[in-house]
Design a protein around this ligand. Structure first.
Ligand code: DGL
Length: 270
């Protein structure tokens, strides 16, 4: 089996880890949450790139065979530099605007993502590759990540803020909504409460984990083929590892009891 690093600004990447444990439970994981610095989405591109690189180097130094950059914002601002500096596969996450354009019946698609992702060159380059018969209504989800980090994804406060952010998307008649931040799948219940089943939700965690699986197959060597049903998960936080572990238990569907789980604080890093 392999050791896989999963990195996000906070608890958002747990939506990717959840899918990874479903498809690839036999591997060992380090989940790294930089919750002391979340949200990343309203910080400068240079700051996001520098911090993400430092934390991915930490994961590589810890012996990870591959890293999932489980953060759309960090992928947009930092994946190029990280891939240049590290010798292991780095899998990123991007808003699923392509599958959304294919699934939309009326060609109007809402994209809810962080301000940094929506402003990034990487996102706008991806947008430019799509045929212009689809209209994208871009909305920055300011304030949503701190609520999710505080365990308030299903609160009245989150519902009110979400309703405000979804207004322009709904007014334009969108039939499809891209969840362009890994924190937002945890708002599914709130979104369904507000919109019912009237809109198709697109999140790319399944595709990201399939990509991880392909990369691991390329890496597979005899010594990595040890048969093991369920590997370990180490939750590392820059803010409070006990809270991170508690949130993982609350937010994820995976049965963590099947895995050897531990948590630790992120120590001093270079
Ligand atoms: N979860 C992250 C993303 O996918 C970033 C959220 C944030 O820290 O602003 O974009």
């Amino acid at each position: 089996m392999s050791l896989i690093g999963v990195f996000d600004s906070g608890v958002g990447g747990l939506s990717i880890l959840d899918e990874a444990l479903r498809q690839l439970p036999q591997h060992d994981y380090i989940y790294l949450a930089d919750s002391a610095n979340a949200p990343y989405g309203e910080k400068s591109g240079a700051w996001i790139a520098e911090r993400s690189l430092i934390l991915c180097k930490y994961l590589a130094d810890a012996g990870c065979d591959a890293i999932v950059l489980a953060c759309n914002t960090a992928t947009a601002e930092a994946i190029k530099q990280i891939r240049e500096q590290l010798q292991i596969p780095v899998i990123g996450v991007e808003p699923g605007i392509k599958p959304a354009a294919m699934q939309s019946q009326n060609g109007v698609v809402g994209v809810l993502a962080t301000e940094a992702t929506l402003k990034s060159d990487k996102f706008n380059a991806l947008l430019a590759t799509l045929p212009n018969d689809c209209r994208f209504i871009k909305q920055a989800g300011a304030g949503l990540v701190p609520l999710i980090e505080a365990g308030k994804a299903d609160s009245e406060e989150a519902l009110d803020l979400l309703a405000k952010h979804l207004e322009p998307i709904l007014e334009a008649g969108s039939d499809t909504l891209v969840l362009g931040c890994t924190h937002y799948p945890f708002l599914r219940t709130a979104i369904r409460k507000l919109l019912g089943d009237s809109i198709t939700l697109i999140d790319t965690s399944d595709a990201v984990v399939r990509q991880l699986k392909r990369q691991l197959e390329l890496l597979a060597s005899d010594d990595k083929l040890t048969i093991q049903d369920h590997g370990s998960v180490n939750f590392v936080s820059s803010k409070d590892d006990a809270v991170l572990l508690q949130m993982a238990q609350n937010l994820m569907h995976s049965n963590l009891e099947m895995h050897a789980v531990k948590s630790q604080m992120l120590g001093n890093i270079k």
